[in-house]
Each structure stands twice: as C-alpha cells, then as structure tokens.
Design a protein around this ligand. Structure first.
Ligand SMILES: Nc1nc2c(ncn2[C@@H]2O[C@H](COP(=O)(O)OP(=O)(O)OP(=O)(O)O)[C@@H](O)[C@H]2O)c(=O)[nH]1
Ligand SMILES: [Mg+2]
Length: 323
C-alpha cells in the first residue's frame, strides 16, 4: 500500500519499517490522551452492554472534555448514532468501531490529491503563534528531507524579531547538517527570504524551508509582515511558496486553534502541523483543528528531538487513541 510519506511535493511510498516506526511514535505520543479522556471513552465502549441514550450523553461530555470542540463533538455523536441505528447495532463494542470510522472521516474530508510535479526549489513557509514549535518542526523537516530523501535542503532564518531566534535555527541547521541563510536579529525578514531564494538557486537546493516570527509588537504587524514575505517569495518564484505550514501546539487546546485561525488568510495556509502531541492528554484537539482550520493535517510532532516527527495518518491516529 502506498501511503503519503512526505509533504505535498514529496510523495513517496513508505516502507513497512517506516510505517511501523511512525505508528509507534504516534502511539507513544498519545499515551497521555489514552490515560485520560480517550481511555475512558474506550472503556465506555468496551463491553457488549447495550447502547443506551445515557452512553451517548457520556460520550458527548467526554469528547468535549477531550478538547474535540462542541461542533465536532455533536457531529461525531450524531453521525455515529445514525450509523448505529441504521445498522441496528445493539452492543457498545460494535458501536465503538462505528465511532472510530466517523472519527477517521473527520480527517479525510480534508485530504487533497498529491502534487504531480515537484518544483525546485520546493519552498515551504512555516507560520504560527510564538512557541508553537515552528523552529523545532523546521529542524525535523530538514532532517527528514535530507536523511530519508537525500534532498539538498536550505533553511532561511526569517524570524528576525525574537532575540536569539536566528541562533536557534542555526544551531538546529548544524545538527541537521544543512546550510542556513540569516541576516541576524533586527534585519528585514523579507530581505532574508530574498537572499535565501538567491542562495537556493545558486546552490541548486531542492527544498527551501523558511522560518517566520510568531510575534511582533502587534498582531497586525505580524500579518502584514507575513504578507510581505509571501509577496517577495512570489515575485522571485511565481508559484511559491508551494506549501505554507501552520504550526499548532496541541497543548494550547481550543484557544490555540482560535489563535491559529488568524493566520489562515494573511499567510495563505495550505497545510497544518500539530506539535507536542506527546505533551497533552487532550489529543482530541486534532479533530477541532481538522474541522476549524479546514486544511489537511500533514505532520505530528511527537517529542523534542529531531527524529520526533510522524506523517499524520487518520487511521493510525484514531487507532492510537483507542489502543
Ligand atoms: N514535547 C514536545 N515539545 C516540543 C515539540 N515541538 C516543539 N517543542 C518544544 O516547544 C518549545 C518551543 O519550540 P520552538 O520550535 O522554539 O517554537 P517556535 O514556534 O519556533 O517559537 P518562537 O520562535 O518563539 O515563535 C521548545 O521548547 C521545543 O522543544 C514536540 O513535538 N513535543
Ligand atoms: Mg522559532
């Protein structure tokens, strides 16, 4: 079976070994969620007791507590109920499989066909609120593109606002063994991007990943700066950025999703990465992300190390919540 292994420009069959390793990473990162609300849901549906109205109420309550969000919760409960009634299912453990199938569907509504041609350089713009995990994700992506695909990767230190942001990205670049273009703190981020695209063409880089600030003095400025960065990129490479990744910290819950929404328009977000899945018991946030942000979740951050990254796979994720 061919599963999507990388971002939109980098589809490749995933070997069984890779799939198994990622599954394990995802399962481990969902440990807290399993110990919390999702473990409880699993138990509610573990027996062959009859399905009751009370069970649906309990499910609704648990999903909301699990940060799935009200709208998505009602959607899930109603659809599962419908299915159960349609098939005349009587037992809770049979209803569980139907609930899982509906959960997988929430994500599949967002799946998009893979790109047919991979441009060079393939430009990835990474955006999100401060502390979401952008810079760490960039390191993980760089590592993966380089190690797994043998791609020539270049990083651009577009966060010129926060003190030490440039140094942080440079340190990660060194660890990943890839070059990094920077102009230091206080420089114009559009100038960094301009220079990085020139460097990418000169060095024949295959993937260019651009870091951005998560915060400026005012939110309005940040959105304007992102627009400016996008314009510079598009002026030099008309179809770029080819992927704009919105990074969302799973531990920030519903509020984090709300904040992330502000980026959708200004930043032209195409895909989402959910980070710190290992740090929360509310793994249900991924459902709220899929439904509210309306972009495919592409990656899961499963830890702080450079290898702690998994491609998001809806079935693996839902299975992980119920294991
Ligand atoms: N446990 C865990 N921690 C993570 C993960 N991803 C990032 N972090 C941690 O989150 C913190 C913030 O990560 P950064 O990558 O610096 O976040 P950022 O979005 O670049 O932040 P700013 O540059 O301030 O906007 C760091 O301490 C990371 O180690 C993850 O998947 N799991
Ligand atoms: Mg950063």
């Amino acid at each position: 079976m061919f599963k999507r292994l990388f971002g939109r420009g980098q589809d490749a069959p995933r070997t069984e070994e890779e799939a198994a390793r990622e599954e394990q990473q995802v399962n481990q990162s969902l440990e807290k969620s399993r110990q919390g609300i999702f473990g409880r849901i699993s138990q509610m549906f573990a027996t062959d007791d009859p399905v009751t109205e009370e069970l649906w109420d309990e499910l609704e309550e648990a999903l909301i507590q699990g940060d799935v969000g009200l709208e998505t919760t009602l959607y899930l409960v109603n659809r599962t109920k419908d299915r159960v009634n349609r098939y005349g299912t009587k037992k809770a453990n049979e209803a569980r499989d139907m609930l899982k199938a509906e959960m997988v569907r929430v994500f599949q509504d967002q799946v998009r066909p893979p790109a047919t041609q991979i441009p060079k350089p393939f430009v990835v713009l990474v955006v999100g609120v401060n502390g979401a995990g952008k810079t760490t994700l960039i390191a993980k992506l760089a590592h993966r593109y380089k190690e797994r695909f043998g791609k020539r990767v270049l990083l651009a230190a577009g966060d010129t606002f926060r003190a030490a942001a440039t140094e942080q990205l440079e340190a990660w670049a060194e660890r990943a063994g890839v070059p990094c273009v920077s102009l230091g703190q206080g420089a114009d981020s559009a100038a960094v991007v301009y220079k990085a695209i020139d460097a990418a063409m000169e060095q024949d880089s295959e993937v260019l990943i651009i870091d951005t600030a998560g915060r400026l003095q005012a939110k309005y400025n940040l959105m304007r700066e992102l627009e400016k960065v996008r314009n510079i990129i598009a002026r030099k490479l008309p179809d770029a950025p080819h992927e704009t990744l919105l990074v969302i910290d799973a531990t920030t819950g519903q509020n984090g999703v709300l904040q992330a929404k502000a980026f959708l328009q200004s930043a032209g977000v195409t895909d989402v990465a959910v980070t710190k899945m290992d740090g929360t018991a509310k793994g249900g946030i991924a459902f709220a992300v899929a439904q509210d942000i309306e972009r495919p979740i592409r990656y899961l951050g499963t830890g702080e190390k450079i290898g702690d990254l998994a491609m998001f796979d809806a079935q693996t994720f839902v299975d992980g919540l119920f294991r």
